[in-house]
Design a binder for this molecule. Structure first.
Ligand code: ADP
Ligand code: ADP
Length: 218
């Protein structure tokens, strides 16, 4: 079953610039999809529209056969890994990972189990009580992914900026998101302008140029 469908998706900025131009795609449950293309081709705009951070000018996005705008943001089962992680430096790892769940008013025992399970999955169980400012970039990256998966999303959206600092961090991140995809069955949409990386992932690659999909490797 297709978990995400875009129909004639279009984004025109107020200055008239067409950033995404008539994109139609169907993404199945559990797929790992790479969006690739030169800087400025509209990849991040697509991710931001799915994530609800950007208005859609025209066209439609469906999640599980439901028009995205008809699903309350908290019920959308989408998680986004943000640039520079957006972690709270003076809070500990546990609280950063639990934050989204607390906002959903889940019982404390459920929150605790989910945070511990995600931490074990990502190999960060031993740093739960450490403050973000005292852990490494590699650990911060895993905390940010942990915060995304504790919400049990169906779809994880990852922008390349998420790990642009250095090659090692990028490799770790790719290892982690592949594991999240394979072992948890979460659909991953990953944006990159690095060609070598895009093809090395051995996954479906959607090539974009000037806001349009010019090739879909499926
Ligand atoms: P990519 O992720 O492929 O590098 P983006 O989706 O970030 O590209 O941006 C696509 C294009 O839209 C770029 O040319 C960018 O300059 C333009 N753009 C982004 N935000 C705005 C805005 N608020 N107003 C006008 N143009 C914008
Ligand atoms: P509250 O809902 O008041 O934040 P919690 O019982 O969720 O209380 O947690 C209290 C504090 O104990 C949290 O802020 C967190 O830092 C820490 N904590 C709770 N559970 C764990 C755990 N499994 N591992 C590490 N720290 C934890």
């Amino acid at each position: 079953m297709a978990s995400l469908i875009f129909e004639h998706l279009k984004k025109v900025y107020p200055n008239g610039f067409v950033s995404v131009d008539d994109v139609s795609l169907s993404i199945e449950d559990g797929e790992f999809v790479v969006f690739h293309g030169p800087s400025g081709c509209g990849k991040s705009t697509i991710l931001r529209m799915i994530g609800g951070l950007e208005d859609i000018t025209s066209g439609k996005i469906y999640l599980d056969n439901t028009f995205l705008n008809d699903i309350l943001p908290r019920d959308r089962k989408l998680a986004m890994a943000f640039q520079n992680y957006a972690l709270y430096k003076y809070m500990n790892v546990y609280d950063n990972m639990a934050l989204g769940l607390k906002l959903r008013d889940l019982p404390r025992t459920v929150i605790n189990t989910r945070v511990k399970t995600a931490a074990a999955f990502l190999g960060i169980s031993d740093i739960l009580t450490k403050k973000i400012r005292s852990i490494s970039d590699s650990e911060r990256q895993r905390v940010a992914l942990g915060r995304a998966i504790v919400c049990h999303p169906k779809v994880l959206l990852v922008d390349e900026d998420f790990a642009h600092q250095n090659d090692d961090l990028r490799k770790d991140m790719i290892h982690d998101i592949l594991k999240i995809n394979k072992e948890l069955g979460i659909t991953v949409l990953y944006v990159t302008n690095n060609y070598e990386e895009a093809v090395s992932l051995n996954s479906r690659v959607i090539f974009m140029k000037d806001g349009k999909v010019i090739e879909d490797s499926i």
